[in-house]
Design a protein. Structure first.
Length: 157
C-alpha cells in the first residue's frame, strides 16, 4: 500500500470515495448533508474536487492498494486575518477510508502525510471538524495529537 498525492487522473476514484464520505456523514445529520446519489451533488462535488486538485493551496492524499484507491485525505492552507496570533492555519477537510480497510492504520497514514505537507508549508496549527457522534474518528484524531478546543454549533433554518 502506498500514500501519494492525487493527480487529475485519480478524479473518478476520489469522487467516488468523497461521495461515499458524504453518504456516511449523512447518517449523523440528514438535514445538513445532501444525499450522495443526487446528480447535482455529483456534478458539484466533481467540480469542487477538480478545483482542489488544481490548487496550490490544497492537496488530496490517497491511499492505494493493488492499484485501487482505498482512502483519501484532503488538506488545505488557510491564511487567517491579522487579529489572530497564528495566521497560517492548516485545515484537514476530510479523511475517508473504505470500510473494509478501516482499523489498519490507513487513515492515520493519510493524516500523517497531510500533516507533513502542512508543516512543510509553514502552517502554525491544524484544525479539523468531526461530527460529535463519530467516535471512531474522534479517537483517531486524538491519537494523532488533536485536542478539543472549539465547539461549533448548527441551527437549521
Amino acid at each position: 500500500m502506498i500514500i501519494r498525492t492525487a493527480k487529475i487522473k485519480d478524479l473518478p476514484a476520489v469522487l467516488k470515495l468523497d461521495l461515499m464520505l458524504k453518504k456516511d456523514q449523512n447518517r449523523y445529520n440528514k438535514k445538513y448533508f445532501a444525499l450522495a446519489g443526487e446528480k447535482s451533488l455529483v456534478k458539484e462535488t466533481k467540480k469542487f474536487l477538480k478545483g482542489k486538485l488544481n490548487s496550490k493551496k490544497s492537496r488530496i492524499f490517497i491511499a492505494e492498494a493493488n492499484g485501487k484507491i482505498i482512502g483519501i485525505c484532503m488538506a488545505e492552507l488557510e491564511k487567517r486575518p491579522p487579529i489572530f496570533k497564528y495566521r497560517n492555519n492548516g485545515f484537514i477537510e476530510s479523511v475517508y477510508v473504505l470500510p473494509v480497510f478501516r482499523g489498519k492504520g490507513i487513515g492515520t497514514l493519510l493524516l500523517k502525510s497531510a500533516i507533513k505537507w502542512l508543516k512543510k508549508n509553514k502552517m502554525s496549527f491544524i484544525t479539523l471538524a468531526v461530527h460529535e457522534q463519530n467516535i471512531p474518528a474522534i479517537n483517531a484524531y486524538k491519537k494523532s495529537g488533536f485536542v478539543n478546543f472549539f465547539n461549533k454549533m448548527l441551527k437549521v433554518l
